[in-house]
Design a protein around this ligand. Structure first.
Ligand code: PLP
Length: 454
């Protein structure tokens, strides 16, 4: 590779052929999910009515590697993968930093984010099992659109419950889903008994991700040959995303670099998990001495202010309880523009790693992250998703510190998607009208008392 090349590409033949499951290398076994009725470890059999069988097996698997089926590899090539790793030279020059900054760019595919990496795998396993309809929820629409595209690819139908506030304010993603053939409902909806109940209480309920999950699960379990899919948080979702980090390992080898710092944003933890867990596996074995930093919104401070305990994944309390960092399932997420970061909980794997000190996390306000996003756009050209702007904030601050302390550091971050459907947020920022939100009150009403859980 010439020294001034901007992007480091891999051949399509270099796509990783297996997913990495960090559960095999964690110092302890993760606490098991609990059944919402008995508060005892959930019997995987019960989950078979909710998720495709292969995905339930992967969720609890302790195998270090799981082979990627040929059909999914073919779908990854179609996206296409591998995605490029960029050297952020213009940003480095602008900041006059001795740090060397690299970013993985996941915004190249038609859905515009990392989410198709798991959407394609989930649609495949469901289609293979003979499932005809998929249900899911979506906040701002990134996951819903990725699933709609994946469902179209594997010839299966998708019904998406989209948080009402976004359904009305962000028609772009809804139109994408509908164009790919999915049905999209404003949540709460008239489609489910839970949705109907909420609409009776308040016809203008703006919805939330937690409510939309309850609706999508209810829809799946009340219809034949239908299963639910989730775009983040769960172990199998993070595992599918490890194609990202395994590609980055190969790309850094080409330029003979070892990362000192790995950075990403966390909504439910899937893009950062997929990016950093292959490296975390090495760190846990003493083979890599890097720092890991997860970035979140200060309006939804799930890991910086949350509690590490068992909580429900949804507002209607239909899902198993997961041991995670959480703000409580009734947490009212302020309407920040980084829709993908508005979730009360966090992946059990990421929660565990933060809780045990293997990973740090930092929270940023909305105006601070749009400052960073704008600097990035003006140097690197790419207009990042507001979610991705969170780690860009951290990276810029760190590069400035490296300059002050004259430290050469190799910084690598995961640029999870583009912001081309978030231009109204950029418009508010550009005109000085963007405002910050404080975290809303949280008193964890949903969290079951620890002593009841033995
Ligand atoms: C959904 C989304 C996120 C946050 O979700 P994770 O599961 O934490 O990755 C971040 N960035 C983009 C572009 C997204 O679409």
């Amino acid at each position: 590779m010439a020294s001034m090349d901007r992007a480091i590409f891999l051949d399509q033949d270099d796509i990783p052929t297996r997913w990495y499951n960090i559960q095999a290398d964690l110092p302890e076994r993760l606490p098991p999910p609990l059944d919402p009725e008995t508060l005892q470890p959930v019997n995987p059999e019960k989950l078979l009515r909710v998720f495709a069988k292969e995905l339930v097996m992967q969720e609890v698997s302790q195998e270090r590697y799981i082979k990627i089926p040929d059909e999914v590899l073919e779908a990854y090539r179609w996206l296409p993968r591998p995605t490029p790793l960029y050297r952020a030279r213009k940003l480095e020059e602008y900041l006059k930093t001795p740090a060397r900054i690299y970013y993985k760019w996941e915004g190249t595919n038609p859905a515009g984010s990392h989410k198709p990496n798991t959407a394609l795998a989930q649609a495949y396993y469901n289609a293979k099992q003979g499932i005809e309809d998929l249900t899911t929820e979506t906040g701002a629409g990134q996951w819903g659109s990725a699933l709609a595209m994946a469902a179209a690819y594997f010839g299966i139908r998708a019904r998406v419950y989209m948080v009402s506030a976004s359904y009305n304010q962000k028609p772009g993603r809804r139109v994408m889903m509908e164009t790919w053939g999915a049905k999209c409902f404003s949540s709460p909806s008239e489609q489910t008994s839970y949705g109907k109940k909420l609409l009776q209480e308040d016809p203008s309920n703006p919805g939330s991700l937690g409510i939309a999950i309850s609706e999508a699960v209810e829809d799946a379990v009340t219809h034949e040959n239908t299963r639910y899919t989730l775009g983040s948080v769960l172990n199998h979702v993070l595992m599918h995303q490890t194609v990202i980090g395994q590609e980055v390992e190969k790309q850094l080898e080409i330029v003979d670099e070892t990362p000192d710092l790995l950075v990403g944003n966390i909504g439910g933890g899937s893009n950062f998990g997929g990016f950093c867990l292959p490296f975390m596996g090495k760190k846990l074995k003493g083979k890599l001495n890097a720092k890991f930093v997860a970035c979140e919104s200060s309006a939804v401070p799930h890991t910086t202010k949350g509690k590490y305990t068992y909580d429900y994944g949804d507002t209607g309390h239909l899902t198993p309880l997961l041991k995670m960092l959480t703000l409580g399932s009734e947490y009212r997420n302020p309407p920040i523009h980084a829709g993908g970061l508005r979730y009360h909980g966090m992946a059990p794997i990421i929660s565990y790693l933060i809780q045990r000190g293997y990973m740090e996390s930092h929270a940023y306000s909305q105006t601070a992250i749009f400052d960073a996003a704008t600097t990035f756009a003006r140097t690197e050209g790419i207009i990042p998703a507001p979610e991705s702007a969170h780690e860009i904030r951290y990276v810029i601050d760190e590069a400035i510190r490296c300059k002050k302390e004259n430290e050469e550091e190799v910084i690598v971050f995961n640029n999870s998607g583009h912001g081309l459907l978030d231009l109204s947020a950029y418009e508010l920022y550009n005109s000085g009208k963007l405002k910050d939100y404080q975290p809303t009150e949280f008193n964890y009403p949903s969290i079951v008392k620890e002593e009841e859980m033995q």
